[in-house]
Design a protein around this ligand. Sequence first.
Ligand SMILES: [Zn+2]
Ligand SMILES: [Zn+2]
Length: 286
Amino acid sequence: MKLTCDWHIHSDNSCDDASMRIADLITGAAAQGIVNYGITDHIHTPVNWPDVEASRAEYLASDPPLGFHFGLEVSCVSRWELDEVATGAHGSPTYGLRQGGPPGAEPALSIEQADIDRLGIEYVVAGVHWPMYVEPERDTIIRDYHRQYLYCATHPLVDIIAHPWWWHGHWRDADGRYTTDPWLDDFGKIPASMHDELASAAIEHGKAVEINISAILLNPAYPATLVPQYLEYLAYLRDRGVTFSLASDCHRAQYDIDFERPAAMLESIGIRDEALWRLPARVGAV
Ligand SMILES: [Zn+2]
Ligand SMILES: [Zn+2]
């Protein structure tokens, strides 16, 4: 099986270490046979809007092919955090505040319909990137993540739920790998009832669930034992009737993603390229 779409890609405008020029993405996608795809740089809080504006300008200047779209990756944050950042008292925190708020704070996304209209955003990928103001205790983190995922899965402006159960931060080994908590050594630590709830929410609200290559399936920092467990999880979501969206989550300077290994993994659990989420090709110039 050949994979032909990719809905989560970062450009050199992204606030993190992503470094690909959009022109190089277009060339690389053509070489890889990726025909439906989109750029999705980060928005955590309004501090990041200038990066997305730069991304939009580079996208428009690239003479984008009809199958190449402009999207956005938005982080789940909180109403408390957006209000705090808006005071200006914290300067311009690239990744938001991420601490100091009340546990259980009302989740929020830093996007409005007006932003989508103004920047020609064709689709929104929403991700959980960090716990919100809770102690690094496994079950607490799991509950907080699940709460954030459910919020993303019910938000009216979201199309795709990014990289379910990606983890980064606490419990990192000295060599940079993740081999223990919160669920990297055993994905079964996450209650199956949460998978049931997320599947139901995604289906009910018409959201796709992402299959992420760089962050999950081929993440070199994760143990090899995670992949078969994660594929079982995807197979469960498939059986529930969830629609999947494919993501390279490319942060590299060149679009040199290994699509072959994930294609074989997905084929092994009966997920076909033609069943993946897609935007229709644009009918004309942007
Ligand atoms: Zn992400
Ligand atoms: Zn990303």
